[in-house]
Design a protein around this ligand. Sequence first.
Ligand SMILES: [Zn+2]
Length: 112
Amino acid sequence: MSPGSAGFAYYPDNGLDIDISSDVFIDEGYGRNQHILLNEISHALGLKHSFEGMTTLVTDLDSFSNTVMSYTSGGSAGDVLGLLDLNAIRYLYRARLPRGGRSPAGTGTRPA
Ligand SMILES: [Zn+2]
């Protein structure tokens, strides 16, 4: 983990030969920071920052109230997953839910 970083996580399919897929590292000073934990766990599930890469959120949506993957608070603590996080995780893992299972956020979404 680079100095000054609160946390770090590997994506599920990171292309590295060693088995560190989805491993999460949190600086001991941030172990109780719900936003940092959710951000890094979301990386481990496959989500990227909302402002990085070729596809980004429009500025009006890029805030903690919509996604923990933002760096803009927008008045929210970012200590719960946003609707965009939930939808992205549902999209990535929906087919993997067990019969009668619940979504990762426990919102009761049934598998297709
Ligand atoms: Zn992050």
